[in-house]
Design a protein around this ligand. Structure first.
Ligand SMILES: [Zn+2]
Length: 351
């Protein structure tokens, strides 16, 4: 049995670029993100590893997308793509192939979780784009068109009998779309670690039956590996054990890497590797779904670090040699954790 199912389609490395028009929109969400990642995995013999099985996704059907999104969003993404491109939402520019690739990304997220059931694989990683975690019910935003991870959840719920989900979002930005979609849902625990921004505070804790199940941890800018890992151990691990989901899904964004042109954190690939090993040790099935990560050097290395951890292969990423000795922000992270505990203790007796 393969240890890891990898989802990939060559269209992801060829289609849908948001890099034009320049200089008005400077975006890094382009096909090279996955072209270079696949090249890097190949050159480091990771793709050939016997413990990896590669699966090719199909486009998601409208009925799959409509489990999460409004007909309006589908129509506007499709219509603007057919027209040759244009602005769909805030910081979300479509090109002529955006509708196709967004449906393929959603299909990839669905397949990454279906193989957990059908192929009896414990871990999978969907190497897909465009990302999804900023897409809400009726809006594209932040380079995202359809919310891939939410579509995967609803597919599992409708067709495979899964009932309880935990989503960990460690992209450096708050996954406002995913949070919105599941904000009142008692069956989805959403935990987001993100750099401090104007949204995604502790008090956005969920609503109604979902109150207490939307957990935000806004981390200080410049947080480095030790602070990130401390937050993971202090918040994620106890919550995951207590909630005991049927499946963990990870919105895996790598724009917290110190070399990322968009994020403001100081993580190295080592942080992603360690967190992955800890997820693996929890002995739960877990699905990784790619979100952000825009450095064409840091993204392939970080993904390779996660995949290597999932298949128990030693991997020495070269970004560690370039990482400056960042000032420790651990005291600032500890302050944030204390504040988080004070909110969470109203809902969770583990804090
Ligand atoms: Zn991001």
């Amino acid at each position: 049995m393969a240890k890891l199912g990898l989802i990939f389609h060559e269209d992801f490395s060829m289609m849908h670029s948001q890099t034009v028009p320049r200089p008005y929109l400077e975006s890094f969400e382009d096909p090279n993100r996955l072209k270079l990642t696949i090249d890097y995995l190949d050159k480091n013999s990771i793709l050939k590893n016997d413990d990896i099985c590669v699966f090719k996704p199909k486009v998601a059907e409208s009925s799959d997308l409509l489990k999460v999104h409004s007909p309006y969003l589908l129509q506007i993404v499709e219509n603007i793509s057919e027209r040759g491109g244009g602005e769909v939402g805030n910081s979300s520019l479509a090109s002529e192939d955006t509708f196709h690739l967004s449906c393929l990304a959603a299909g990839g997220a669905m397949l990454s979780s279906e193989i957990i059931v059908k192929e009896n694989i414990n871990f999978s990683f969907a190497l897909i784009r465009p990302p999804g975690h900023h897409a809400g019910v009726s809006r594209a935003a932040g380079l995202c068109f359809f919310n891939n991870i939410a579509i995967a959840v609803e597919n599992l719920r409708a067709n495979y009998g899964f009932q309880k989900f935990l989503i960990l979002d460690f992209d450096t930005h708050f996954g406002d779309g995913t949070s919105e979609i599941f904000y009142s849902d008692p069956s989805v625990l959403y935990i987001s670690f993100h750099e401090y921004e104007e949204r995604g505070f502790f008090d956005e804790i969920g609503h109604g039956a979902g109150e207490g199940l939307n957990i935000n941890l806004p981390l200080p800018l410049g947080t480095s590996d030790d602070g990130f890992i401390l937050a993971f151990e202090s918040i994620f691990e106890p919550l995951a054990k207590s909630f005991n989901p049927d499946l963990m899904l990870i919105s895996a964004g790598f724009d917290g890497h110190f070399a990322d042109p968009v994020g403001n954190m100081n993580l190295t690939s080592r942080a992603y590797e360690i967190v992955t090993k800890k997820i693996k040790e929890m002995k739960k099935r877990a699905v990784f779904i790619l979100e952000g990560g825009y450095s064409l050097i840091a993204l392939p290395i970080s993904i390779a670090a996660v995949i290597s951890a999932l298949i128990d292969v030693e991997f020495t990423p070269f970004d560690l040699r370039f990482a400056p000795s960042f000032p420790r922000r651990i005291e600032k992270v500890e302050v944030v954790l204390k504040e988080a505990y004070s909110f969470l203790s109203d809902y969770w007796d583990i804090f």
